[in-house]
Design a protein around this ligand. Sequence first.
Ligand SMILES: Nc1nc2c(ncn2[C@@H]2O[C@H](COP(=O)(O)OP(=O)(O)O)[C@@H](O)[C@H]2O)c(=O)[nH]1
Ligand SMILES: [Mg+2]
Length: 351
Amino acid sequence: MEHGGLRAAIRHCEGLCDPSPLLGALSLLAEPWTVAVVGRVGVGKSTLVSAWSGLPRPIGLGGVTRALEIVETEGMRLLDTPGIDDADAALLGLERVVADADGVVWVTDGLQPWTATERDLASLILVPGRPLWIVVSRVDIVPPDEVPAVLERVTTLSRPLRPRAVVPVDLRSALREGRGAPRLEPPIPGPRRVAAVREAVRQVRAQLDERPAPSSPEEIAGIWAAEVRDAIREIELGVLSGAIAHPTEALAALGGRAQEVLEAVARACAPFPPPDLPCPASPSEPLGRQLLGRLAGIAGATRAVKTEGARWLLEGELVIRDGWPGADELARAVDARARLVASLDAVEANL
Ligand SMILES: Nc1nc2c(ncn2[C@@H]2O[C@H](COP(=O)(O)OP(=O)(O)O)[C@@H](O)[C@H]2O)c(=O)[nH]1
Ligand SMILES: [Mg+2]
């Protein structure tokens, strides 16, 4: 798998969250691709492992593989398994091996292709979704005109297992002539690794969810405007309903809503300090007194809240727009978080 996406996500965790789940996933991806080579006794499993790795393996009579053997070869870990003629023993030992592998190569003998035992065992042992290749060995000693029928049989009978390929091979000559075995398609992450990476991404997202995202300076401006307009509307309704009857009361009521508005903005900025926003003029301030001097009655009350509300809104917008001391830091934090989320999305999209 391409590790670049994960590396970028790990970089973007800096200052935001703990990258260790992603580091764990990265080291899992760097582990050699583990392929379990399974099949009946004497079908050519050890010969295949040998041809693949270039390392001699005990094969044939007297060379029966009795226990699982691990052969490391360029980025791959090949698991040469004992044959599976004894179904019970096979189930005990192989199920675990296959479950932990990234992929499975099932070797079937071209002279006895896909026997009933193989069919039963395959359906018991193979994990759905685990990449599977079927290698048909000994095609060199199958009469040439029978080869297509042999491959057809294996392909048809193994179809429910959805192998990635059915590959005919002459392993003996491959080994003798040092040609190596046919290469399987390039390793892909495989379900085991995909699940681990998804889980790591989930854990990092959960960390982010625990800390609410700060809003961007543009969003802060939006929140400010909405909150101030809400306060103005509420007091206008108070005037309409008769609860507020004088300009002085209206102005005092607007001032009474200021704390709530400032707190809403501060919450949106957290954990960064909010801008130093203004409050509406109170009836006792010169600005308030000046406004009230010109207004009276219910119409005056509406006028007072509209006028002072508009001034308050605009003044706050100027403070936010001109940038307050913490604005850059807040904008950087918002960007950093967006970059991390985008890189987590990219990691998942690449699986
Ligand atoms: N002619 C021929 N013989 C093969 C082929 N693959 C394996 N053999 C022979 O089959 C015998 C059993 O092979 P081995 O790899 O030990 O089988 P395993 O029990 O599945 O590990 C050996 O004598 C191999 O040389 C093949 O493709 N063609
Ligand atoms: Mg063997």
